[in-house]
Design a protein around this ligand. Structure first.
Ligand SMILES: [Zn+2]
Length: 313
């Protein structure tokens, strides 16, 4: 399909240039003093909420379906809301690997609608907070445990694994909205000036809920009306559409040393993989060994010597 092909080519073309990992250019101040000098991790303060959803069995559990369980869709949680529109399906293709992660809580929909929905989801999981590289960061407990092990193994090899910034792990919905607006609002002004949209169209789009606005913006981009900062490519290379970030699931970690192949290897050995081809510092906790990823319905894509595991759909 034309859009799908275009989208994939865009991803590859922009992979090298886009290393921002959806990080705000106006990074929020961490609670403690900033120290980017590879300070060792200080893991602490594990909070335990209910973990009832962890280790959920995937869908397709009858005997007749067992032989088909290798597919991506069959490995999604049983109560996962499959997207029914093109935008939702596109987002599932691009960011969906996290939904088949094991031993952790994963969202049951592709896009969270608002802050209360995200907060409710984040309240269902076992979390663990740690001071890492001078930043206080929070992940799901299993993900933090694996990161701790990876860090120790890295240290034994003379390597360091540290976060890129204060927003390298958990994020809230509202944190992603402000950044989204910082791209969308100036782009609307531009496209009205160019005569590609009317003022009324732009005002109508601005008046939508963020949830509806995401769909509308991605639809406009299919017509070449782009919302990235330089207006030449999709906004998803600049910021995460609110409600879609894997950081909302506390299963993503942006790694400062992402260029180091040995660092990537140690992370891979501990369940952390790259799953978003346009986002080089971004790692996703999937909770299994690399050899098991194909059986979750993920496929391997290699680009510039890096390995990404994406939904095989
Ligand atoms: Zn990230």
């Amino acid at each position: 399909m034309r859009i799908g092909v275009f989208f994939r080519l865009s991803l590859l073309a922009s992979a090298a240039a886009t290393a921002a990992c959806w990080t705000s250019p106006t990074a929020r101040s961490p609670e403690g003093p900033i120290n980017r000098d590879n300070r060792p991790m200080n893991f602490s303060n594990t909070n335990t909420a209910n973990a009832a959803n962890a280790n959920r069995t995937p869908s397709a559990n009858s005997n007749t379906e067992m032989s088909e369980k290798k597919g991506f869709a069959a490995n999604l949680p049983a109560d996962f809301e499959q997207p029914t529109d093109d935008v939702g399906r596109k987002l599932l293709r691009e960011y969906g690997s996290v939904f088949v992660a094991r031993g952790v809580n994963v969202p049951l929909k592709v896009v969270f609608r608002d802050e209360p929905e995200v907060a409710a989801f984040q309240g269902t999981m076992r979390t663990s907070a740690a001071s890492i590289g001078g930043f206080q960061l929070t992940l799901q407990a299993a993900a933090m445990d694996a990161l701790r092990t990876a860090t120790e193994q890295a240290k034994a090899k003379g390597l360091v694994i540290s976060p890129r910034g204060a927003d390298s792990a958990k994020r809230t919905y509202n944190e992603t909205v402000a950044l989204w607006k910082s791209r969308v609002d100036p782009a609307l002004v531009h496209w009205v000036k160019q005569g590609r949209m009317t003022t009324a169209d732009a005002e109508r789009l601005k008046g939508l809920s963020t949830f509806e606005q995401v769909k509308e913006v991605l639809r406009l981009e299919e017509q070449g009306i782009y919302f990235a900062k330089d207006l030449s490519k999709s906004i998803i290379y600049s910021v995460a559409p609110p409600g879609t970030s894997q950081h909302l699931s506390l299963l993503a970690f942006d790694v400062k040393e992402f260029d180091n192949a040995q660092v990537r290897s140690v992370l891979n050995e501990n369940g952390w993989f790259q799953t978003v081809a346009s986002d080089l510092p971004h790692f996703t906790y999937l909770g299994v060994k690399e050899v098991e990823l194909p059986s979750l319905g993920l496929k391997k894509i290699t680009d510039s010597g890096r390995t990404f595991w994406v939904p095989d759909v």
